[in-house]
Write a protein that binds this ligand. Sequence first.
Ligand code: SF4
Length: 238
Amino acid sequence: MNNEVIFTIDGVDVSAEKGQSILKAAEAAGIYIPHLCAHKDLIPHGSCRVCTVLINGRPHSACTQPVSPGIIVDSECEEVNNIRKTIIEMLFVEGNHFCMFCEKSGNCELQALAYRFGIFAPTLPYLFPDRELDASHPEFFIDGNRCILCARCVRASRDIDGKNVFQFVGRGINKKVTVNSSSGLSDTDMNKADKAADICPVGAIIKKRVGFAVPIGKRLYDQKPIGSDIENKERSNG
Ligand code: SF4
């Protein structure tokens, strides 16, 4: 049986496997589609919508939408990039993000996307939500101020670590990440080897005592913009 699906992204023919998501098919073809909640090791969640693309003219999240033969996907166009830019701005103003004081600066996917989209100061009003910091664990702290509710930690802990350390509580602006213990992170079985310990795209889950081991200016996205690795692969594939 032929499992190949051919479709186009921004006018380029892409060959994918039946059942593959548009995001994964694009990456395999060397085309970067910006994303935040999606991660190669996790079940797609489709919550952040940064990977929004137009499929035959209608918006869909590329991480959850499977490929279909002949669909026309638009990713790098003004309409889509304006949607992504607005989402990224909203993520900044809905939390309390102070990049200059954050250990994740330079390795933060949200910050890197803001630079990629030329966002230097949000145009939307800041909400300054009341969020908590849990520093009770000897190895990690979790700072809800920086959380973008991507659910990577929730999925990693549940599906890979088999621990269910994290969960969400509340709704709307009151939604926040928390741990499955009334007395905090120290009362969970989270440890350094957990996938959930390394998967946060922002500075919400941080390991203690390793701060600034890599100097500012020498970190991942200080060296190259987010998505460059995939785009360079496209160029090297010719
Ligand atoms: S703590 Fe990090 S990984 Fe977990 S939901 Fe918040 S931003 Fe996502």
